[in-house]
Design a protein around this ligand. Structure first.
Ligand code: CDP
Length: 219
């Protein structure tokens, strides 16, 4: 069974997807983490993000892997065998990830990996193009949304909770910038699949969100 969760930045997709996967005993595939891992590698390798040829070459020679902890703990993200779970959340990665993710060949490489992982086991995937491109035949599709100011606030609390020194203004700019690039890019833009269930989580608690999705899944 495949559950697809798409939506804009900071809508809480990862939180819900992870909890849902835990409750159902499914694999959790954070596709955004994969794009973030490649963006981190480009930064560390000093590759110009605008140089698509070099970014694609780098992506093709990279090993990105996701490891679900059996106890349902945090998801670990590995880049060429190194645990980069923390680093990929840094603002320097968020700033460039959408420019990496808009490159067609980078998407082809990661989509292939996402399909391979998802075909091995019942999975919950979250991202931007899961219901439209990665698994258009998913058993259940959700589009998770929330008002912009609420998304900014949630992300701000999440990052400051991780000890990052970010301002509200920076978080606002990051989400606004990524939403624009993600939804206007040429290849696989963020878009609600016609058959995706739309859920506005602005006024919902995390428990309510998970419960709502579970109800839809059981139907
Ligand atoms: O910050 P947030 O958790 O909302 O984003 P993310 O899921 O970590 O994804 C980071 C970035 O990766 C997005 O802004 C997109 O540019 C890109 N992405 C994508 O293009 N396609 C996906 N399936 C997942 C993420």
């Amino acid at each position: 069974m495949i559950i697809a969760i798409d939506g804009p930045a900071g809508a809480g997709k990862s939180t819900i997807a992870k909890l849902l996967a835990q409750k159902l005993g499914f694999l959790y595939i954070d596709t955004g983490a994969m794009y973030r891992a490649l963006a981190l590698k480009a930064i560390e390798s000093g590759i110009d993000i605008k140089d698509a040829v070099s970014v694609v070459k780098m992506a093709a020679a990279s090993d990105v892997d996701l490891v679900n902890n059996p106890g349902g703990g945090a998801l670990e993200v590995f880049l060429d065998g190194r645990d980069v779970s923390q680093e990929i959340r840094q603002p320097r990665v968020s700033r460039v990830v959408s420019d990496v993710a808009k490159i067609k060949e980078v998407r082809q490489i990661l989509v292939k990996l996402q399909r391979r992982l998802g075909s091995q086991k019942d999975s919950v995937l979250d991202g931007r193009d899961i219901g439209t491109i990665v698994f258009p035949g998913a058993d259940k599709k959700f589009y998770i949304d929330a008002q912009f100011d609420e998304r900014v606030m949630r992300r701000y609390k999440e990052l400051t909770g991780l000890g990052q020194a970010v301002t509200l203004e920076e978080v606002k700019n990051d989400l606004c910038n990524r939403d624009t690039i993600d939804s206007t890019r040429e290849h696989s833009p963020l878009k609600r699949a016609d058959d995706a269930i739309y859920i506005d989580t602005t006024k919902m608690t995390i428990d309510e969100e998970v419960e709502t999705l579970l109800q839809w899944i059981k139907r």
